[in-house]
Write a protein that binds this ligand. Structure first.
Ligand SMILES: C[S@@+](CC[C@H](N)C(=O)[O-])C[C@H]1O[C@@H](n2cnc3c(N)ncnc32)[C@H](O)[C@@H]1O
Length: 224
């Protein structure tokens, strides 16, 4: 019997934020740039400087990319989940400065020839890709002085480097699929980024307002 259970990481992410409502799904608000997933909490797009072009790695529904596009930034948003890209294209069809690309982040960066003023990822592909593969590719596509920024959930103490993500984390899963995510402390990220030639590294933990919940690890750096 046919099983809809994912067998690749991209299919796994097809199950992210499934829509179970009636009629067309309404697009999310894009009223602010959000690093933390908690509306109104933490800094915003100012961390990216004043870019003319930006690349979003792992946008899913794409509201951060849409926010930047509405500020006048030309945004390319790359996600390897076909379901996420299809939905984001529907949501933001009226944003002329925003382009969604269906591709794996490293594959896209390897082929791309343009340099971007800002490259960012909010709980996105940077969290789920081996930094030893991804960071050289990001460095090569970041304009001189451009900003690389990313966030992920604050790691559980002692769980650093490549971590197996519980296969039943997303809804509608019948079978397990191991997906990896790479997470570090602020100090570890600073070392990893400097080793790959990034400068002006700022890495910090933003505590969750709900003290019982994990916060956000937020990192920015510039290209050398
Ligand atoms: C937890 S969601 C985060 C979505 C969004 N950035 C946000 O802030 O809500 C992770 C997204 O990253 C995408 N992703 C993960 N690894 C990727 C990769 N290697 N290449 C491209 N997209 C990837 C997934 O498909 C998914 O849409």
């Amino acid at each position: 019997m046919f099983s809809a259970a994912p067998t690749t990481p991209a299919e796994y992410w097809d199950k992210y934020k499934p829509y179970r409502g009636e009629g067309d799904q309404l697009r999310p608000a894009a009223g602010a740039f959000d690093w933390t997933g908690i509306p109104g909490h933490g800094p915003g797009a100012e961390l990216l400087g004043n870019p003319a072009t930006a690349l979003d790695l792992g946008p899913a529904e794409g509201e951060n990319a849409a926010f930047l596009a509405r500020q006048g930034v030309r945004v390319t948003a790359v996600d390897f989940s076909s379901a996420q890209v299809d939905r984001a294209r529907r949501f933001w069809a009226d944003e002329p400065r925003l382009t969604f690309v269906h591709a794996e982040a490293c594959a896209f960066l390897f082929k791309e020839e343009q340099r971007f003023d800002a490259i960012y990822s909010t709980w996105g592909a940077v969290w789920f890709t081996d930094p030893e593969k991804l960071l050289p590719l990001v460095a090569a596509r970041l304009a001189r002085g451009g900003v690389f920024g990313f966030s992920h959930r604050e790691p559980v103490v002692g769980q650093y480097g490549a971590q197996q993500m519980g296969g039943k984390w997303l809804e509608g899963r019948e079978t397990e699929l191991t997906v990896l995510r790479w997470q570090y402390t602020a100090e570890q990220w600073a070392d990893v980024l400097k080793r790959h030639g990034f400068m002006s590294v700022r890495a910090e933990e933003l505590p969750n307002p709900d003290r019982a919940a994990l916060g956000t690890l937020l990192v920015t750096a510039t290209a050398g």
